[in-house]
Design a protein around this ligand. Structure first.
Ligand SMILES: C[S@@+](CC[C@H](N)C(=O)[O-])C[C@H]1O[C@@H](n2cnc3c(N)ncnc32)[C@H](O)[C@@H]1O
Length: 272
């Protein structure tokens, strides 16, 4: 797990994001969720997907939700902002959690949105704590998916919904690397959708919603071409999270989607 931790550990991340905001002329006292979206919603289809997941969630303002693998907290904050619920985010990366906390303060959202550095395989919470769980594109980095999903099940209250949005494998192998979540195969653990579904039910969940979003992912990456020369990167972007080879990673994701090597699943799993 150490190499996954170091993959997601850029130096001085918060200050680099602040520099990026300054470079595009944002007044720091007026930064919005949408201003941060290019860097803080690190998943396929960004805030559009987050909004679809929020609609699916049925989460209400009285709820306390856990975000497992929250990154720097873009969708954690958006979930709280749109539903009014309290959200606690956990992530393996201390550097991401530091940026998540400071960005949340910048947006004055710290009363309802909190963060802790922790592993999804050992959640630092009691059984039956949360009204709902939310986990967005983290599972690709987790080899022991049953332990991750059993932990989610353990901390969720009975009747609670787990909203999961995950990259899975597909008919063909191998995956072209690097991809946005992994430099090479030692960090990526994709299983086909049916196997992911089986792990969810083995952990004890009932499946309430199961949507294949691969087509939408393909459309989102259809314009990607093989990068050449020095990358022309924006002031704010997910290259700040995982390196300047992001265009190669995005191009490989496009190839993997088109060649049916990866798929994208959105699901709601319920703890009975
Ligand atoms: C592709 S990013 C997605 C981040 C966030 N959910 C988002 O959508 O912006 C994957 C995240 O999973 C985290 N992660 C990977 N393995 C983890 C684990 N075992 N426990 C907790 N977080 C993990 C990484 O540190 C990274 O922040």
């Amino acid at each position: 797990m150490k190499h996954i931790h170091s993959y997601y550990s850029p130096n001085d991340l918060y200050n680099r994001i602040i520099e990026g905001l300054n470079d595009i002329g944002k007044d720091l006292s007026e930064v919005t969720l949408d201003d941060l979206q290019p860097v803080d919603e690190f998943h396929i289809r960004g805030s559009v997907a987050t909004k679809e997941l929020i609609t699916l969630s049925d989460f209400t303002p009285d709820m306390h939700i856990l975000d497992v693998g929250c990154g720097i907290g873009g969708s954690t904050r958006r979930l709280s902002h749109e539903t009014g619920c309290c959200v606690t985010g956990i992530d393996l990366s201390d550097e991401y959690i530091d940026a998540a906390e400071r960005l949340t303060q910048l947006l004055s959202m710290q009363a309802r949105v909190k963060f802790h550095a922790a592993s999804a395989l050992a959640l630092p919470f009691d059984d039956n704590t949360f009204d709902g769980v939310w986990s967005i594109q983290m599972g690709m980095n987790v080899e022991d998916k049953l332990s991750w999903l059993k932990e989610v099940y353990r901390v969720l209250k009975h009747g609670g919904r787990a909203i999961l949005y995950e990259v899975c494998g597909n008919k063909n192998t191998p995956v072209h690397f690097p991809v946005p979540w992994a430099q090479d195969s030692s960090m990526s653990f994709l299983v086909p959708p049916e196997a992911f579904r089986d792990v969810l039910t083995s952990a004890g969940f009932d499946i309430d919603v199961w949507n294949d979003k691969t087509d939408l992912a393909q459309q989102a990456f259809a314009h990607m071409t093989e990068p050449t020369g020095e990358p022309d990167l924006p002031e704010l972007g997910v290259h700040m999270l995982v390196g300047n080879d992001i265009l190669t990673k995005a191009y490989n994701l496009h190839r993997n989607l088109d060649e049916e090597r990866v798929s994208l699943i959105e699901t709601v799993a319920v703890k009975p």
